[in-house]
Design a protein around this ligand. Structure first.
Ligand code: SAM
Length: 287
């Protein structure tokens, strides 16, 4: 299909929406792409080939899906909004390699859907209201995805990609980078969507690591330490950790561990690398 006949042409999107009397639902984060260049950037960042099984989260009326169908081997498009299902049946009718699944992605059993033992690539223009639960669910849940290439709010993409010392570095940066390598592929302005979102957007690719970049005795405990460390940004690490009642740590214990690590007793969590958090967690575990 030519670009001019696809939904990435704003006229085709408007015609389709009017034809079906579709109303955008804010609560589902519906901002449809209307720019073929941005869609090509997503496909390039995701490195989609005919060998790939792609799982698309939230196809909307099928804009990105039309391009995925022409590039990938097989596409599974998971959409929560039932009013979009008949529209997708129409806009994707000429593609035999697309399966539309009417489901909440947070409830979806991806291995069961694509076939046990198979791997996939996740591609999406995500509904921004549930970006973090979706990404963390995919990373922590053992979903057989080699990579996750998604449009998200620009600020969230930058937080995922941030390193120690940066103002936006935090628990999300560390959690994402423990499971994946990040690559910021593109910034995308609001005029590439219909309706226009109030915030800027960015495409980020997360390539799943085959093994974690640091060794720690108990990753769950390390993430509890990380979350506690960033709970109150202007506090020192000692105060943040002491205030986390679920960790049950005394000031002296924490200061002793910081001494062992050659860190100042007034150090703040936002200056520590993932390696240092792994060491910190292991030493606190021993205390
Ligand atoms: N992919 C389309 C595009 O780029 O034009 C639409 C993207 S729009 C930002 C997000 C889509 O995700 C909407 O179609 C929305 O209905 C859908 N969605 C929202 N929450 C969802 C969920 N929990 N599970 C599956 N789809 C969801």
């Amino acid at each position: 299909m030519d670009d001019k006949d696809k939904l990435s042409n704003p006229q085709v999107t408007i015609r389709t929406i009017n034809q079906y009397g579709f109303h955008f639902r804010k609560r589902y984060g519906q901002n449809f792409l209307v720019d073929p260049h941005v869609i090509r950037k997503i496909l390039r960042a995701a490195e989609i080939t005919r060998e790939d099984i792609v799982v698309e989260i939230g196809p909307g009326i099928g804009t990105l899906t039309q391009y995925l169908a022409e590039t990938a081997g097989q596409v599974y498009a998971v959409e929560i909004d039932e009013t979009l299902i008949p529209i997708l049946a129409d806009t994707l009718s000429e593609y035999e390699n697309v399966t539309v699944v009417h489901q909440d992605i947070l409830q979806c059993d991806i291995p069961q859907m694509i076939g046990k033992g198979k791997n996939c690539k996740i591609v999406a223009n995500l509904p921004y209201y549930i970006t973090t639960p979706i990404i963390m669910g995919l990373l922590e849940g053992g979903v057989p995805a080699d990579s996750i290439t998604v449009m998200v709010q620009k600020e969230v993409a930058e937080r995922m990609d941030a390193g120690p010392g940066s103002k936006i570095y935090g628990a999300l940066s560390l959690a994402v980078q423990y499971y994946a390598e990040t690559y910021l592929a593109a910034n995308v302005p609001p005029n590439c969507f219909m309706p226009r979102p109030a915030v800027g957007s960015a495409v980020i690719r997360l390539t799943k690591r085959t093994c974690p970049p640091v060794e720690t005795r108990d990753a769950k405990f390390m993430f509890r330490v990380i979350r506690a460390s960033f709970q109150e940004r202007r506090k020192t690490l000692v105060n943040s950790l002491r205030n986390a009642s679920d960790l049950g740590l005394e000031r002296e214990q924490i200061e002793e561990v910081l001494r062992k690590m050659n860190l100042s007793p007034t150090v703040r969590g936002e200056t520590l690398s993932l390696e240092q958090f792994a060491e910190l967690a292991d030493l606190l575990h021993e205390e």
